[in-house]
Design a protein around this ligand. Structure first.
Ligand SMILES: [Zn+2]
Length: 394
């Protein structure tokens, strides 16, 4: 990316007139499950553990590669049209998600999720290694990491092997951590520890770790977390919807922990619109701490952009508009009834803008959405396919 006035124009240059619009770094979603678009609104009446055991996992057993492909396309469309240019995914059959992302020009970090459910951990680890061998460094918009579902679903031996793999390939670790009270109780019992953080201190010291949720930690545990190489992916909407609680984000930031934002999958997060996530983040921390000075809007914008890049160790490439970085840029039109007048530009973006205020999305220098139109896809067909999938597996 080059920044300047009167940049020399080459032949195939495209000029976008962004007068009276806002050019900003693309949003980075550090925790989601891209293929879970088909599970929107399957949640009401369930706790997290009930929902996974009795609703989601039985349906997931029936998913085919083609299902993952169409479900991924749907999410990629949703992300591009709401200004997300990079997402950290955790699911499986990632080859299909990669295929969908490449067709639309989306930037992703993907994995093959590891856990001990059904005793299939060995097979899952083999699939992850195969995925890494085939796709690591294959496309410049696709990176891979080691996705461990959670300590409550993954035994000590599998965790150790996964961490060894992360070290072998120099990859990030992406794990759900302390999402609700039951999970922390399960981890303490399974690992025979007084705190789930003890497990991180034992095995996760040499890896860069992205911890999704981190709702159920106390002040002492936050002190311990800050000594480790961890970033927290805060997913406030999913946490509220599942009745998990509210993460102590203000405290974490005060302790210098890198906090980024995530939507979680649509099954628990409803949608992938990071503008909603930013708004909830600000409102919750001001409200629960009874302090309107908490988390100013610029801080929240950093959480949705550069902090996400740091979490994924890609801050040299993405997360801000800087010379030499990849051009992952969104253009917002805030000249709408929900946004004018623009008293404070940062607060307008966090509290008034919605995904539909994004008019252009550029990823890796390529215009993937122009005037809210994504070229070369049959949206109706994708919507229809996704509706058929959930109908079939429900
Ligand atoms: Zn999740």
């Amino acid at each position: 990316m080059k920044i300047g006035k009167n940049i020399e124009q080459t032949e195939n240059v495209k000029i976008i007139d962004a007068k009276n619009k806002i050019c900003m770094p693309g949003l980075i979603n550090t925790h989601t499950h891209i293929s879970m678009s088909i599970f929107r609104e399957t949640l009401d009446g369930y706790t997290l553990q009930d929902w996974l055991n009795n609703k989601i996992w039985p349906m997931e057993d029936k998913l085919t590669k083609e299902d993952i492909y169409y479900a991924s396309l749907l999410s990629c469309i949703e992300m591009i049209t709401t200004g997300t240019t990079m997402a950290n995914d955790q699911y499986w059959m990632a080859e299909e998600t990669i295929k969908a992302a490449n067709e639309l020009g989306m930037r992703l970090e993907v994995t093959r999720t590891i856990n001990d459910v059904q005793g299939l951990q060995k097979q899952r680890l083999e699939e992850l290694e195969k995925l890494i061998e085939e796709y690591n460094h294959k496309y410049d918009n696709i990176t891979l990491n080691i996705g461990i579902h959670g300590l409550y679903t993954t035994g000590e031996e599998t965790v150790k092997t996964s961490i060894e793999m992360a070290k072998k390939y120099g990859m990030n670790v992406h794990i759900h951590f302390c999402e609700n009270e039951q999970e922390t109780l399960d981890i303490k019992k399974a690992y025979n520890v007084s705190s789930p953080v003890e497990v991180l201190k034992k095995y996760f010291t040499e890896t860069n770790n992205i911890l999704a949720h981190v709702v159920k930690v106390n002040d002492q545990e936050i002190q311990e977390l800050k000594k480790l190489k961890v970033s927290v992916s805060h997913c406030p909407i999913s946490n509220l919807r599942l009745g998990c609680g509210i993460a102590k984000i203000q405290k974490m930031l005060e302790n210098g922990i890198n906090v980024s934002l995530g939507t979680d999958g649509q099954g628990s997060g409803s949608n992938l619109d990071m503008f909603e996530t930013m708004k909830f983040t600000g409102l919750l921390q001001k409200g629960v701490n009874e302090n309107p000075k908490n988390l100013d809007s610029y801080e929240i914008l950093k959480m949705a952009t550069i902090n996400g890049a740091k979490a994924l160790r890609q801050e040299d490439k993405i997360g801000s508009i800087e010379e030499g970085k990849m051009a992952d840029i969104i253009i917002l039109d805030l000249n709408t009834e929900t946004c004018i007048p623009n008293g404070n530009i940062f607060s307008s973006i966090v509290y008034n803008a919605k995904g539909y205020n994004v008019c252009h999305t550029i990823i890796n220098g390529k215009l993937v959405m122009e005037n809210r139109q994504i070229g070369g896809i049959d949206k109706e067909k994708i919507y229809q396919k996704c509706a058929e999938i959930i109908e079939r597996i429900q």
